[in-house]
Design a protein around this ligand. Structure first.
Ligand SMILES: Nc1nc2c(ncn2[C@@H]2O[C@H](COP(=O)(O)OP(=O)(O)OP(=O)(O)O)[C@@H](O)[C@H]2O)c(=O)[nH]1
Ligand SMILES: [Mg+2]
Length: 640
């Protein structure tokens, strides 16, 4: 199988009829206007795709966009993933409205590189070309196309095409490859089914690597999809890398399960969102201001939605303003921190602005709140600020949580978190991270929580670990909690006895009533001896004066007056010791022991004997061998 490693996407842009599609044909030999309607009307309607082989052997992917203003949404889906643009201008007509709109869109989507292509040179005099070029240069001043190379070509005669290829090669050398190590993100721009072959989706792989056999997920539908075949420019490959045009044959998915704007991503990682915190810019030449809750058309990647703009610090944003806002979408889509988007006015539809995503899973904000705005600025301030703010929001986070919010690779995230730990901003607790200040306050809280538990339950020897963990934020996982608890124990502020955590020196002292009840309960187990009934039956015959038996059992177990075999079976310590002695004596002369033998040996019933033997298994004194038990570890060495 071929291993194509082209990782650059070139896009076209420019007014309708200026010769974008003709230029792609001149460059690649491929006619990308394939629909009957496109041929009949002589305009592009959908995106066109073609591989471009450069003189030096490199291959780039080309996306040809339609120029007609009606098809700006298609253009937006195509331009979202490009590295280099060919800005095509008809030498006869010069810059026209959609040339300008495309330029604005590319500017908002932060396209970094481009080549000005003055097309249809066969139709005009050379002197005229100088004038048109000057006019174009004026129009692109201040944009990323300022100072861009300009190639004069004719897509019809082929004049200037070799020079354009040369210029493309030079520009490609200046571009950086995308990150193939991150999670998979493939915004789908086409989906079709081939009979006998199944569903195929195509798109530009924004990050990650996709290989045959990968289990991915279709979003926002959250449908699992297995990769049956991977193609790059019509050739099957083992793996496709970020920056490539990719076609995936997916099993487990039908064509109608893939609405436009879907994303194929790493399984189980991403969530779709209907609410996004953004930095929103309104273009200077937008026809009118945006008011609070105005609807706009929202375009991100290949997805689109209608969004309602919740301005957070004003009621109306003016042309040229750059503000923090929350956008509420009419349908879920996939977004990540720093993704760029475009907004167009609801009606009539023109491009009025754009911006970047700050937070893809925000809560609904209250307006005119300093803390809300500050938090957003913190999230926006850079990777460190974002990580810290997210850790704070989530209380505790794993690498995976950060991956979901950023779409960055684990290595990058790990490095960022390590820096925060080194600089003392964050703390690592097992496989989680949390903000230093929070961890400090949890550490302070733990001894206080235990102390107040002692006050509430004076009869208990301590608080069960799980109960104590439940008093800290849920996001803190057990492993992380144990690390935290150990630090507090090491600092001498808490002690552990078995599963219980206590204040050092804590000793429960029962009052007179409790003492009476404890004696009553202990006695009934003592009297029951080896024939003692289960917990419920024992309690039925006992007068506890309406008191809760749980703390009494816990106290007696902690004091080792009773031994807890399981939730239903307890045995008095004296009898437990007898049973254990008999077990040891038996194994000093014998290899094996059956349940019936042990029952007769200790004069007990089947149920209690079984509970005892299972308890001994748990202590690793014995081990099951079929229906029998054999000795394992010596009870002398193992504490129960
Ligand atoms: N004489 C001449 N005609 C050209 C040249 N390039 C394109 N054309 C013609 O211009 C017309 C429009 O060309 P297209 O390539 O379809 O233009 P486009 O920019 O792709 O149009 P849209 O996709 O609809 O925006 C066609 O009739 C082409 O044959 C050229 O260099 N010289
Ligand atoms: Mg076209």
């Amino acid at each position: 199988m071929a291993e194509v490693r082209e990782q650059i996407i070139i896009g076209t842009a420019g007014h309708v009829d200026h010769g974008k599609t003709a230029l792609i044909k001149a460059l690649t030999g491929i006619e990308t206007d394939r629909l009957d309607e496109e041929k009949k009307r002589g305009i592009s309607i959908k995106l066109g795709f073609a591989p471009l082989k450069l003189p030096d052997g490199q291959v780039a992917g080309i996306i040809d966009v339609p120029g007609h203003e009606k098809f700006i949404p298609q253009m937006l889906a195509g331009v979202a993933s490009i590295d280099l643009v060919l800005m095509v201008v008809d030498a006869n007509e010069g810059i026209m409205p959609q040339s300008r709109e495309h330029l604005q869109i590319m500017q908002l989507l932060e396209v970094k590189r481009g080549i000005l292509v003055l097309n249809k040179c066969d139709l005009v005099e050379p002197d005229w070309l100088d004038i048109v070029e000057e006019e174009i240069r004026e129009q692109v001043e201040g944009s990323f196309l300022q100072g861009a190379p300009c190639c004069r070509v004719s897509a019809l005669t082929g004049e200037g095409i070799p020079e354009l290829l040369q210029s493309i090669t030079e520009q490609m050398e200046k571009l950086n490859a995308r990150d193939s190590s991150g999670p998979v993100r493939l915004p789908v721009d086409r989906c079709f089914s081939i009979s006998g072959f199944g569903t195929v989706v195509t798109g530009t792989l924004l990050s990650g690597t996709v290989s045959i056999g990968d289990n991915l997920e279709l979003l926002p539908a959250m449908i699992p999809a297995r990769v049956r075949d991977v193609q790059v420019h019509g050739e099957s490959v083992n793996s496709a890398y970020a920056g490539q045009r990719v076609a995936l044959n997916l099993s487990g998915i039908s064509k109608d399960q893939v609405p436009s704007g879907s994303v194929v991503g790493t399984s189980g990682l991403f969530r779709a969102t209907r609410r996004i915190d953004v930095r929103l810019k309104l273009l200077k030449n937008a026809p009118k201001p945006i008011k609070f809750r105005d609807p706009v058309h929202f375009y991100l990647g290949t997805a689109r939605a209608v969004g309602e703009v919740a301005l957070l610090d004003r009621d109306e944003m003016q042309q040229g303003d750059n503000v923090l806002a929350q956008i509420h979408l009419d349908r879920p889509l996939m977004a990540h921190r720093q993704d760029l988007f475009i907004v167009r006015s609801y009606s009539p539809m023109t491009t009025i602005g754009g911006g970047h995503v700050i937070d893809s899973e925000p809560v609904k904000h209250r307006r005119f709140r300093k803390d809300v705005l500050q938090r957003l600025e913190e999230l926006e301030s850079g990777e460190q600020g974002f990580f810290l703010q997210k850790l704070d929001d989530l209380s505790c986070a794993r690498l995976r949580d950060m991956e979901r919010h950023t779409g960055s690779s684990r290595e990058q995230i790990r490095a960022g978190l390590d820096t925060l730990v080194e600089e003392g901003w964050a703390v690592q607790l097992a496989d989680q991270w949390a903000v230093m200040e929070k961890v400090r306050s949890w550490k302070q809280q733990l001894p206080q929580l235990v102390a107040s538990y002692h006050v509430d339950r004076p009869l208990l020897h301590g608080i069960p670990r799980a109960t104590l963990k439940g008093k800290l934020p849920e996001a803190l996982a057990t492993k992380g909690f144990e690390v935290l608890l150990q630090e507090v124990i090491d600092a001498g502020q808490l002690v552990v006895r078995g599963d219980l955590v206590a204040t050092p020196g804590w000793k429960p002292v029962p009052d007179a009533l409790q003492q009476r009840l404890l004696e009553r309960l202990e006695n009934s187990y003592k009297c029951g001896g080896m024939q003692v009934k289960n917990r419920n039956e024992t309690l039925e015959n006992l007068d506890l004066e309406g008191h809760d038996p749980d703390p009494l059992f816990l106290w007696l177990a902690a004091e080792k007056c009773l031994i807890r075999l399981n939730s239903e079976s307890y045995i008095h310590q004296d009898y437990y010791q007898i049973a254990l002695d008999k077990l040891i004596a038996h194994f000093s002369n014998n290899e094996k022991l059956t349940l019936a033998e042990f029952r007769d040996m200790i004069g007990s019933n089947r149920k209690l004997t079984q509970a005892l033997l299972e308890h001994f298994d748990g202590c690793k004194y014995t081990r099951r061998a079929g229906d029998e038990r054999v000795a394992w570890h010596s009870p002398g060495k193992q504490e129960n």
